[in-house]
Design a protein around this ligand. Structure first.
Ligand code: MGD
Ligand code: MGD
Ligand code: SF4
Ligand code: MO
Length: 673
């Protein structure tokens, strides 16, 4: 694994960032410093290359925004004025505040906020959960991403893993629906290219002409949030044209008639009118899908981020069942493959969750400013809520409260960290041990630190363990070291010993069902009866108007433009945004710009009743009319007024699982003097 060339060595690692690909890495360390991060071949799909973002990771390690020691606020809240203190002082201060708040108002007044900062198993839901559970802290529903998709995938298939990246090369038809792998999961693209070389057809459903759409046989550019009616129209067409696989459905699915009934109102004409596409495009897609096998649908997270997200994802995932696309290599769907591993994240905690109220993180701002049973202590780690959550101005107002004590534990000085009372410096995955898996590729990888912690940075495990001890919350005999925690996690999966051996020997393990499982051959739905539930009762009850009920576009005369904010190449969510300091432009379609007298380079105000973003405009021919675009993950330094797309995003919730509706922001854009 490690080769030493005098003071230079390479270390095997794995990228645990919130990206489906989960690359295997080769890290070069010279004179004790990381000088290069690149892809390796250990994880097959990585194939020796990685994204530019992570190649730049050494700049995060050693950059000027890196947090090197604990800090305590000196200036006003949000001023970013801090003074350095020792770890002992910082932790004592935090422990004291926790004690004070806990004594006076109870655990409910404490809220931990964490998300996918590190998708590593060892950095979340281990000692951190022990601390907050034993305090009886308020609980966080981690809904900012993948809430609606997970609920739909669970309801229909019991979260059965999907088609492996490698098997895209075997497909004759690839449908990329609300995903942009050229940016957000780049290791899928070579397999799509390989399939294309062998003559496979490509369909892309995206309101933008993303790179794959430009090469596609068919590009449907629907209004954001209208995928549900497109998918229902395809279902209707399949049933009407004798293209539904009734044998397969009779054997393997329930809810067939009910799905058919709910799809019935959606003729291609009606769906076309609602989605703003041509009826013949929907029909061409349905025909191609019915006629071609193996066919695979890559369903992305662009589908879920609106009021209809859960039903839309369910309707898309139902397509391969209705059209009978399973059972062959390269046939079926891919959404998240995170369920390839069932490591029981609860094991190392040893304490059940308290019965305290739950805060849906998409409404963090509202909870922070709510006058009833106020949150008094906020502990942020593995997340950057001021940059990433809806209703940004409310989140900001909450963070500015004088009677809120905020701890931010991060690797760099984020927008959220600037609002903290105490800032704690965290190690990165190159400085701590990690165990992680992707949610596109299906391997599990273990990585040891490539270098010792930089400055005084400490790992999550270390800091939360120390806080547990200081607060008297540790109990003898529970997993304490990272080894204990890792072992306890692996024991949660049926095949723990074999996995532990593979990780020890190779650094990588593949799921027990193999690297390239074929649905209905190697895998079955993981629902209670092993069937596909096309209309799961629980989901039908949960969705406000029932599953597959379409809720119309929230655009109004005043705010007619749909603002979408999908992923960019430069950051992973907001991570690495400190390295990307340029001002960004809002992109809009030439027609929308023309009627507003806006030209590329003009200063504009993008606004609605929630807030405004001031920045430049850029005219972009790759958007459909009526859609504007600001990237996800921006920091305050990227716009003229410090607000980003999330200042315009309502804290509305998806029809299933309380997910975020980032792409339901409706705005107006005007030129500034
Ligand atoms: N407008 C808009 N907003 C969006 C989206 C969108 O589409 N549009 N997408 C959303 C999506 S998909 C997601 S997943 C969320 C993500 O939302 P967040 O999870 O809030 O965003 P990240 O940028 O991943 O923040 C992770 C933070 O954790 C820190 N971190 C990383 N590793 C560690 C560690 O080991 N220890 C500690 N203590 N800290 C660590 C990183 O430095 C980083 O600051 O954003 C959402 N926000
Ligand atoms: N470089 C990079 N890679 C990333 C991330 C990142 O921030 N940067 N984030 C990671 C994370 S946390 C996640 S969750 C994944 C997300 O990765 P993706 O699944 O690709 O999700 P998004 O980037 O939100 O959006 C994907 C596409 O959906 C389109 N879209 C928006 N609204 C709609 C709609 O209503 N219908 C349809 N059909 N399409 C729509 C957008 O134009 C976009 O091209 O990527 C991961 N990978
Ligand atoms: S962010 Fe994604 S593509 Fe980039 S190195 Fe990590 S896993 Fe690979
Ligand atoms: Mo995400």
């Amino acid at each position: 694994m490690t080769s030493d060339l005098s003071s230079s060595k390479t270390v095997a690692s794995a990228c645990p960032l919130d990206c489906p690909d989960h690359c295997s890495l080769e890290v070069t360390v010279e004179d004790g410093r990381v000088t290069r991060v690149d892809g390796s071949r250990r994880q097959p799909a990585t194939a020796g290359f990685i994204c530019t973002k992570v190649r730049r990771f050494p700049r995060r390690l050693y950059g000027e925004d890196r947090l090197l020691h604990p800090l305590v606020r000196r200036g006003a809240k949000g001023s970013g004025d801090f003074r350095p203190v020792s770890w002992d002082d910082a932790l004592e201060r935090v422990a004291e505040e926790i004690r004070r708040v806990h004594e006076r108002w109870g655990g409910e007044a404490i809220l931990p906020v964490s998300y996918g900062g590190s998708n590593g198993y060892l950095s979340q839901d281990t000692t951190d959960a022990r601390l907050f559970r034993r305090l009886g802290a308020r609980r966080l529903a981690r809904t900012v991403c993948a809430a609606a998709t997970t609920r739909a995938a669970d309801g229909l298939y019991g979260r059965m893993p999907g088609v492996a990246y490698e098997d895209y090369a075997e497909a004759r038809l690839i449908v990329v629906w609300g995903a942009n792998p050229s940016t957000s999961g780049i290791h899928l693209v070579p397999f799509i290219r390989a399939a294309r070389k062998r003559g496979a057809r490509l369909v892309v459903v995206d309101p933008r002409r993303v790179p794959l759409a430009a090469q596609a046989d068919l590009h449907l550019a629907p209004r954001p949030g209208s995928d549900l009616v497109l998918a229902l129209a395809v279902h209707r067409w399949l049933f009407e044209h004798g293209a539904a696989d009734l044998d397969f459905l009779a054997r393997h699915a329930t809810g067939v008639d009910e799905l058919r009934r709910r799809a019935a109102p959606w003729t291609v004409e009606r769906a076309a009118a609602e989605a703003g596409v041509e009826a013949r495009e929907i029909e061409a897609f349905a025909r191609l899908y019915a006629a071609t096998s193996p066919a695979v649908v890559r369903c992305g997270w662009g589908v879920e981020r609106n009021r209809n997200g859960g039903s839309a994802v369910a309707a898309i995932l139902a397509l391969p069942a209705v059209a009978g696309k399973f059972g062959v290599r390269g046939g079926g769907f891919t959404l998240s493959n995170s369920s390839a591993w069932r490591l029981d994240g609860e094991r190392p905690i040893g304490t059940p969750p308290p019965s305290t109220p739950v805060v849906n993180m998409n409404r963090l701002g509202r909870h922070l400013v709510a006058p009833d049973r106020p949150i008094r202590l906020l502990f942020v780690y593995n997340a950057n809520p001021l940059a990433t959550l809806p209703e940004q101005e409310t989140v900001r107002a909450g963070l500015l409260r004088d009677d809120l004590f905020t701890v931010v534990f991060d690797q760099v000085m984020t927008d959220t960290a600037r609002h903290a009372d105490v800032v704690l410096p965290a190690t990165t995955f190159l400085e701590h041990r990690e165990l992680s898996r992707g949610y596109g590729t299906m391997a599990l990888q273990q990585a040891l630190p490539a270098v010792p912690p930089i400055g005084q940075a400490r790992s999550n495990h270390d800091v939360f363990g120390e806080l547990c001890r200081r607060l008297g919350l540790s109990r003898p005999g529970e997993p304490e070291t990272l080894d204990d925690v890792a072992r306890s996690l692996l024991d949660g999966d049926g095949d723990g010993d074999a996995t532990a051996r593979a990780l020890a020997d190779e650094g990588i393990a593949f799921p027990p069902f193999g690297r390239r499982p074929v649905a209905f051959v190697d895998l079955r739905p993981r629902t209670a009866d092993g069937k596909i539930h096309l209309l799961p009762e629980a989901l039908d009850r949960e969705a406000p108007e029932g599953l597959y009920a379409y809720r119309p576009d929230p655009a109004s005369e005043r705010f007619p433009l749909a603002l979408i904010s999908p992923a960019t190449r430069r950051t992973i969510s907001s991570t690495l945004g400190e390295l990307y300091r340029q001002r960004v432009a809002v992109e809009l379609h030439p027609d929308d710009a023309a009627v507003r007298g806006i030209r590329s380079g003009d200063r504009v105000r993008v606004w609605n009743e929630l807030g405004e973003v001031r920045c430049r405009a850029r005219i972009a021919g790759d958007l459909r009319p009526g859609v504007a675009y600001l990237p996800k993950g921006l920091w305050s330094h990227n716009t003229d007024n410090g607000a980003t797309a999330n200042a315009l995003v309502p804290a509305d919730l998806t029809d299933l699982a309380g997910g975020a509706c980032f792409n339901d922001a409706r705005v107006e854009i005007e030129r500034l003097g």
